[in-house]
Design a protein around this ligand. Structure first.
Ligand SMILES: Nc1ncnc2c1ncn2[C@@H]1O[C@H](COP(=O)(O)OP(=O)(O)OP(=O)(O)O)[C@@H](O)[C@H]1O
Ligand SMILES: [Mg+2]
Length: 301
């Protein structure tokens, strides 16, 4: 199995990220950003950023080099974060992007205790931000180190670059309606997570999503890994098993890579079809076990 075009981008590191003036009134800050905490040795310094892997879980031998480089950078730029940017995207509606984005942001904020930005970049529905508004209106306790903003604009890459130094983690709900916005977000991402339910119609959209991701990754100057995550899995049915088989052994034309026959980079961890997730909108759930397992798996890859 060879890596796809996303892999080629990994080597092209070190190009300037360029800072850009913030456009007033665009980013709607839900909470004041936390003051960046000065990282020190023995501290948890953006642990995820130390564990960048190359594309499609391959070329893992570079991990040690990457980790070392990141540690050096963290020391050299003490006091200023260089956020680990995670894009949650899939070019289809209703797959579980917003739910995944919230649970992953809560993982970074609550489990890891890191300054985290959840960016609602969905140009169509803004439900991640609505989730926050409902939670706030109902008096739910929102972690102090979690900031929720909306930024459903095509120049999202520029906005991410502006925010990188303020947060350890930036989680972006890229929505499903705008390939342009998805593309722009992926150009700045360290990790792409594509949630997909175990149905045929969702799998079909994966090919288009990865095509777009590949084009975006070609413009990304950082290391980026992409992962498909099976969500809404009901183990009482044959659907999750079938979906896994189809994703890992795709028929010609239904996979990734130059010949569209390579397996998707599917995470082992599965997010199940739980009422807990269906009822989570507008809540600040603290039961984060499945998403915690997922993030730990991806960090260890
Ligand atoms: N693991 C899960 N188990 C069961 N239901 C889920 C799960 N994850 C999400 N859902 C439900 O699936 C529906 C779509 O989820 P969500 O809004 O997160 O998807 P989305 O991809 O953000 O949709 P949109 O493209 O419309 O923004 C919601 O009703 C949500 O509660
Ligand atoms: Mg959504």
């Amino acid at each position: 199995m060879s890596s796809t075009g996303l892999a080629a981008v990994a080597a092209r590191a070190g190009q300037g990220t360029g800072t850009h003036a913030h456009q007033p009134g665009y980013g709607r800050t839900a909470r004041a950003p936390p003051v960046p905490r000065k990282p020190s040795w023995g501290d948890v310094v953006n642990p995820t950023a130390m564990q960048c892997t190359f594309h499609f879980q391959e070329i893992t031998h570079v991990n040690e080099l990457t980790r070392h480089k990141t540690l050096t950078t963290a020391t050299a730029t003490a006091g200023v974060w260089d956020a680990f940017v995670i894009v949650i995207g899939m070019l289809k509606g209703g797959t579980g992007k917003t739910t995944s984005a919230w649970f992953i942001a809560l993982y970074y904020a609550i489990v890891l205790g890191l300054p985290t930005l959840l960016l609602d970049a969905d140009a169509t529905s803004q439900s991640a931000y609505d989730w926050y508004k409902v939670a706030a209106a109902e008096g739910s306790e929102i972690p102090e180190n979690l900031v929720i903003e909306r930024y459903p604009f095509d120049d999202i890459a520029e906005y991410i670059r502006d925010k990188r130094t303020e947060f350890a983690a930036i989680v972006i709900d890229a929505g499903g309606g705008s390939a342009k916005l998805f593309h722009e977000a992926v150009t700045e991402a360290n990790r792409l997570i594509v949630p997909v339910a175990p149905t045929k119609i969702e799998r079909r959209k994966l090919v288009a999503t990865f095509d777009e991701a590949e084009r975006a990754a070609a413009r990304n100057t950082r290391d980026i890994t992409a992962h498909v995550v099976l969500v809404k899995a009901d183990d009482r049915t044959s659907l999750p098993r079938t979906a896994k088989d189809k994703l890992l052994q795709p028929a010609q034309g239904e996979g990734i890579g130059p010949d569209r026959d390579e397996p998707f980079p599917l995470a082992d961890t599965v997010i199940h079809a739980w009422v807990h997730y269906m009822e989570a909108f507008g809540e600040i759930p603290t039961e984060l076990s499945e998403y915690t397992a997922l993030m730990k798996e991806l960090d260890a890859a």
